[in-house]
Design a protein around this ligand. Sequence first.
Ligand code: DGY
Length: 367
Amino acid sequence: MFLKPANRLRVKYWIYLTGHCKKQKIICRHSCSILLLTMNVLITRSLPQKGLDLLKAAGCNVTQYTEKRELSPAQLIELCQGQDILLSSGPNHIDEDFLKACGHLKGVALLSVGHDKVNLEGATRYGIPVSNTPDVITQTTADTAFLLMLAVSRNAFAMSRSIEQGEWHFYDPTANLGLDLYGKTLGIFGMGRIGFDLATKCKAYFGMNIIYHNRKPRTEAEQQLDARYVSFDELLQQSDVLSVHAGLSAETKGLFNHAAFAQMKSSSIFINTARGGIHQEEDLIKALRNKTIWGAGLDVTNPEPMREDNPLLHMQNVCVLPHIGSATVETRNNMAVKAAENVIAAIKGQPMPDILNPEVYSKKHAG
Ligand code: DGY
């Protein structure tokens, strides 16, 4: 198979039908058993270099959207035209409208574990495999929950602000008092990888008793951590610290509302490092103001970004972080590598290692 000169200009890489992907400096003139493809990959944010290096080594033609603002749905659709794979970083909606306009994509690799913005059933219908980045974010995200629970229990953010505001005048043994966590009860809502890791840390460090509510009991947690499966109501009523580690879904949206906070102990701490949509912000603010609960630590808000005049930011018993759960150099590199590996698998026509809709590989598609 010979190439037209125009194609020679455009094409930098060859992908062998065997799936082996190799950079070529010359245009091949040998065999028609060689298929020529240039794979265009759109990345919707800056990607850590390790991921970029992998994609480039695999011969991908990478386009990055690096502007410091969100893409509108229309812009995302427009940018995906002429692309083969989307590496989606940030809150992009992979919904029916997107899928209809971008059914040509050979894969969508998310740079996150959460996939609440993706219509997976629709992606399957359009024959688009979708992957995420599990495992590599587990410990770092659990660390963020640990950081928040400790920070809230000692009012750490407000204490720091008080120095800036010139309020540190003398030592008062009855002021600035927090709560100890030793021997208290940690309630995990969603005993997946991150919930399990947080429970392990809290058991080891604070000797906490672990209770949890999940779609189904997790024997590993019961055997290794002596964790006890409880109903949602029992979780609310018995937890000293209640930490959310579930995905956002129709089932969990707004679940932590007035009725839920009303069941919690007045000395309890609410932590959410999963998705802001799982708690009702207005109800949380009221519960904190009325001292229905003792404090809250949030790495996720609704909406994101949080506005700077949000009352939660100025409350003594609240610590808010700007969705930095997985934001360490090491973890972001690992996520980028994982996402790139999923992209490369899709390019090779192989199953994505972290596929979220495996049925895509066996179903007939809408095209
Ligand atoms: C995740 O991986 O889901 C994190 O929340 C980043 O979006």
